[in-house]
Design a binder for this molecule. Sequence first.
Ligand code: DX5
Ligand code: ZN
Length: 221
Amino acid sequence: MMHTPLIAPSILSADFARLGEEVESVLAAGADVVHFDVMDNHYVPNLTFGPTICHALRNYGIEADIDVHLMVSPVDNMIDAFADAGASMISFHPEASQHVDRSISLIKQRGLKAGLVLNPATSLSVLDYVLEKLDYVLLMSVNPGFGGQSFIPNTVEKTQHLKHIIDEMGLDTRIEVDGGINKDTIKSVYDAGADMFVAGSAIFNKPDYKQAIADLKNQLK
Ligand code: DX5
Ligand code: ZN
């Protein structure tokens, strides 16, 4: 099944002092989803923001889907906190959860879309007994923790392989790719079967968000 490709700006590269305005302007510029990177200085060596900031964006009037990428351990208490804070979809890393199937169920029980995130060195085999339960799989194309890193090329082959598995099983799971996505790398993963694209520095580090998003979308034609 074909999905409409979605561009999900990672607010990790936004100006945090003006976060509400930044999210508003990136959505007005054509972004589809807000990608929200939660880091805990434990699962990953960096620290960002938590559920109160997500809630603040909802209070500010942001209505777009908020795609919460949890890079935290433990996972489960943050699922409830982000569901309360207005998240639309939540993904987590299997290495960070003691009970992966339970964490997926918690997300689904809260009525949200559930995703599992695979690091560059994590095998697709972690999906063996849970893929049917997932709305999306997030393939990391960098090691998690920081924006502005270079795209790891073997993500293309991994995306192709995952797309093949999804199609063989007759599922309509989305494939999201995160890390080093820019106008030079996005087409390779799109052609491989990805349909949701996180981009932080390729959007927020540009002066014109509308142009930056158009540059990405133009590669998907
Ligand atoms: C990295 C984050 C990414 C990151 C992407 O741990 O998950 O979402 O912000 O940033 P760029 O697009 O700059 O690689
Ligand atoms: Zn992310």
